[in-house]
Design a protein around this ligand. Structure first.
Ligand code: ADE
Length: 504
């Protein structure tokens, strides 16, 4: 953790501690608040807590109380169309209303600042935040001026990555990052819960062992709601944990909105709310669509970009551990309207940080999808204590996803029907032993149609696939190498199209 962040945490802790002593010296520190919400925490329209709040989220009002441990998270949340008022006097939230100018700008008010320790702590916090921002900007400028390099695909990831080459981010990227990311790890829990409970479920768009996926609406906008089956609750916990603790905003990772746990007729309902993509999963899309080589490349490149973002550890202010997916497949990839894809379902993911020296494999009893399992998973020789092993299994699966896409790509007027990987070697819903025989004993690879070798884009993608399918895990390409090769192909094909146009 950066020293300024550490200082901030210490100061916030000190503030909470001083406040607690201050409150305790007066009475039990609790205050009576007006309570109007649908969480069942009110008794006769009131509740007792450390802090009274009034919240307004896109027209939905709530009043209640919460513990001081939520003070920083809730009272200072900067969320679009949220107004949050916190106070600490007897029934002080009774008559609060949102200010007349609330029209989409984030608006929050901290509790009344009558106590000196509040002023001092907040002034110090402001000073430290300003100083560290200036320091970071100067540091980034210095790095740029001295030609130090970054290595996340040109979008939004900034600074000091583990892998030492790639494109520099522009100043605009860095600026965007500062202005748009906030804490970078999503909305405060109270806001997530409030939003989730304002969703109307409209239509079931998917059903499986995992549970169901619904299209829902929230304030007129479509959202996707994944309702987890009770036997897959560990996937909900894992995915919720990852989205709430890791900075995962990326064009090629499914966008998280909220997680919610409710109790209904004595059973637990687990929801994950994400962006909705009306084209559905890549698996669904490939059933009814065929592609031009350029669209195939765009899709493959976007999946590779998403996987690089997951696999890369970032150290610096926007730090992020490395993540391996462990269940990459066309059903866990969604197709966006712009022809790119995004990766979904982090319920089985493992997390690794070299800088903080940990490997967190979670405790989910679920395993990946057998059809997509790499040989070392099937013969159980995988080194489960080594993070690289999990990334290498993702690469095996990435090759299979590319194969599914390439079959649906038209070259010389020829296209194949959609088939899942190993469709010609194992039955539907294959067993572990059936997959092991094909993948480990016979060492079969999916076959590649001859037409692919007659097109520059498809022959390059076919070569990548083969290099994702080496029996030996370390021999396989890395996600970064796949992305770089595809990016170059993309630039080259743009260039040849431009040239073709100018020749005409
Ligand atoms: N199926 C699964 N997740 C989905 C999403 N986020 N949008 C649309 N369809 C989906």
């Amino acid at each position: 953790m950066e020293s300024s962040s550490l200082l901030t945490v210490v100061l916030v802790g000190a503030f909470l501690w001083i406040s607690a002593i201050h409150a305790d010296s007066k009475d039990d520190g609790k205050v009576l608040c007006t309570c109007e919400n649908d969480k069942g925490t009110c008794v006769n329209g009131t509740c007792k807590g450390d802090i009274c709040f009034y919240s307004w989220v896109r027209g939905h009002e709530e009043r209640g109380c919460f513990s001081k441990v939520y003070y920083m998270e809730q009272c200072f949340s900067k969320v679009d169309r949220l107004f949050m008022h916190c106070c600490k006097e007897y029934l002080c939230n009774t008559f609060t209303t949102p200010p007349p100018n609330i029209n989409g700008d984030p608006t929050t008010t901290p509790p009344e600042l009558s106590r000196p320790e509040l002023w001092i702590t907040l002034s110090l916090l402001l000073l430290i935040t300003t100083a560290s921002m200036c320091g970071l900007v100067l540091f980034l400028r210095f790095r740029r001026a001295h030609g130090l390099r970054n290595d996340v695909h040109g979008d939004r990831d900034v600074t000091m990555l583990k892998v030492p080459d790639g494109d520099d981010p522009t100043y605009g990227d860095i600026f965007d990052e500062f202005c748009t990311s906030g804490s970078g790890t999503g909305l405060p829990y109270l806001v997530q819960r409030t939003m989730a409970r304002q969703i109307s479920l409209v239509q079931c768009v998917g059903k499986g062992r995992y549970g169901e996926v619904w299209r829902g609406t929230w304030m007129g906008e479509s959202v996707a709601v994944k309702i987890f089956s009770s036997r897959d609750e560990q996937s909900w916990f894992r995915e919720t944990e990852i989205y709430n603790t890791v900075q995962l905003r990326h064009d090629n990772i499914l966008g998280f909105i909220a997680s919610d746990m409710t109790s209904k007729n004595s059973s637990t309902q687990l929801w994950l709310v994400t962006h909705f993509h009306e084209l559905g999963s890549l698996y669904d899309f490939l059933q009814y669509s065929s592609l031009e080589p350029e669209s195939c490349l765009r899709m493959c490149l976007s999946v590779a970009c998403g996987l690089v973002h997951l696999h890369t550890e970032i150290v610096s202010s926007q730090e992020k551990p490395a993540i391996a997916h462990r269940d990459l497949k066309s059903r866990n990839i969604l197709v966006k309207r712009n022809g790119q894809c995004c990766i979904a379902d982090l319920g089985l993911a493992v997390i690794h940080s070299q800088s903080h020296d940990y490997l967190d494999v979670g405790n989910n009893p679920r395993v990946g999808t057998k059809r997509y399992m790499a040989p070392e998973v099937l013969d159980e020789t995988i080194r489960m204590d080594v993070f690289e092993s999990y990334k290498q299994t993702d690469i095996w699966a990435l090759g299979l996803v590319f194969w599914e896409i390439s079959r649906r790509t038209i070259v010389n007027g020829i296209v194949e029907e959609y088939c899942p990987p190993f469709f010609d070697m194992v039955p539907l819903d294959p067993s572990f032993e059936e997959m092991k025989k094909v993948v480990c004993v016979d060492q079969h690879k999916p076959s590649l149609h001859n037409r692919l070798h007659s097109h520059p884009i498809l022959s390059a993608i076919a070569k990548i696939m083969k290099e994702c399918w080496y029996q030996s895990p370390p021999a396989r390409l890395t996600a970064l190498r796949v992305r770089k090769t595809l990016s170059k192909l993309d630039h080259d094909s743009d260039f040849s199209t431009e040239k073709l146009k100018s020749d005409i």
